[in-house]
Design a protein around this ligand. Structure first.
Ligand code: NI
Length: 258
């Protein structure tokens, strides 16, 4: 049993043959999928999907790329969608200073607004940070008063950043790059972080594991991430599957509505 803790099933590259994708996920023993909202229209699509797809839970958020889109109206709609039983977190939100598709001050404002919304709604956060770890952590530490509920998804920081994420009480999400031959630094992080604080994810359709690198990713492939984590930590696959699933269930409350 596995949980893909971060997927984008509403992406047009996946939604077109979603039924087969969900079947393959089932065959690969992926029993839960958290599909993550990235912009206002996507949030509506996520809410619609989780109403009808068994085993699929959702989040609502505005990705830093679209931070300019965050208005009071958008936040109000997110709060409204989040009242639905199978919407289990706010995000993805955070900072992306790699692509800088929204101005940095707008990204920071949208991030703070979503952290506060999650806290008001008592929901965990799905955080994206790319080339912005210092600032992301500063904001999380300041806004949360030192204790945050959430996951740093597709972790790409160093050991010091991992330690600050752990000190906040957050989980660390590991995605496909852990399977790449040159990702020894990330595997070193995986060895360093206790299994009790790790989750596995695909971030599909992006970031396919080595075996399918460059192709479309999908939830069934989360097993290759779990395999790489097991190998890095010298643990059994089953142990990694069991504990990371427990972690995802615990953070997102995935028993609800099933
Ligand atoms: Ni994502």
């Amino acid at each position: 049993m596995l949980i893909d803790s971060h997927a984008h099933l509403t992406d047009r590259r996946l939604i077109s043959d979603l039924e087969e994708i969900l079947n393959r996920a089932g065959e690969a023993e992926v029993e839960r999928i958290v599909t993550v909202g990235a912009d206002p229209a996507d949030n509506r699509a996520v809410a619609k999907l989780v109403r009808k797809a068994p085993g699929v839970f959702g989040t609502v958020g505005v990705h830093p790329h679209d931070a300019k889109a965050v208005t009071q109206g958008v936040l109000a709609e997110m709060a409204e969608l989040a009242t639905e039983e199978r919407i289990v977190a706010i995000g993805e939100t955070g900072l992306d200073f790699y692509r800088d598709l929204s101005p940095r001050d707008r990204q920071e404002m949208a991030f703070v607004q979503q952290i506060r919304l999650a806290s008001e709604l008592d929901l965990p956060l799905v955080v994206h940070s790319r080339d912005a770890h210092q600032r992301t952590l500063e904001i999380l530490e300041r806004e949360s008063g030192g204790a945050a509920r959430g996951v740093m998804h597709c972790f790409s920081g160093d050991r010091a950043i991992a330690d600050r994420v752990l000190a906040l009480g957050m989980y660390i999400g590991i995605a496909g790059p852990v399977t790449y031959p040159n990702a020894e630094d990330l595997r070193e992080i995986v060895r360093h972080v206790p299994l009790e604080r790790l989750m596995v994810e695909t971030d599909c359709p992006y970031l396919a594991p080595q075996k399918y690198r460059g192709k479309r990713n999908e939830p069934a492939y989360v097993m290759y991430v779990a395999e790489a984590v097991a190998q890095a930590k010298d643990l059994r696959f089953d142990e990694v599957a069991r504990v990371t699933s427990h972690n995802a269930r615990d953070l997102f409350g995935l028993a609800r509505g099933e």
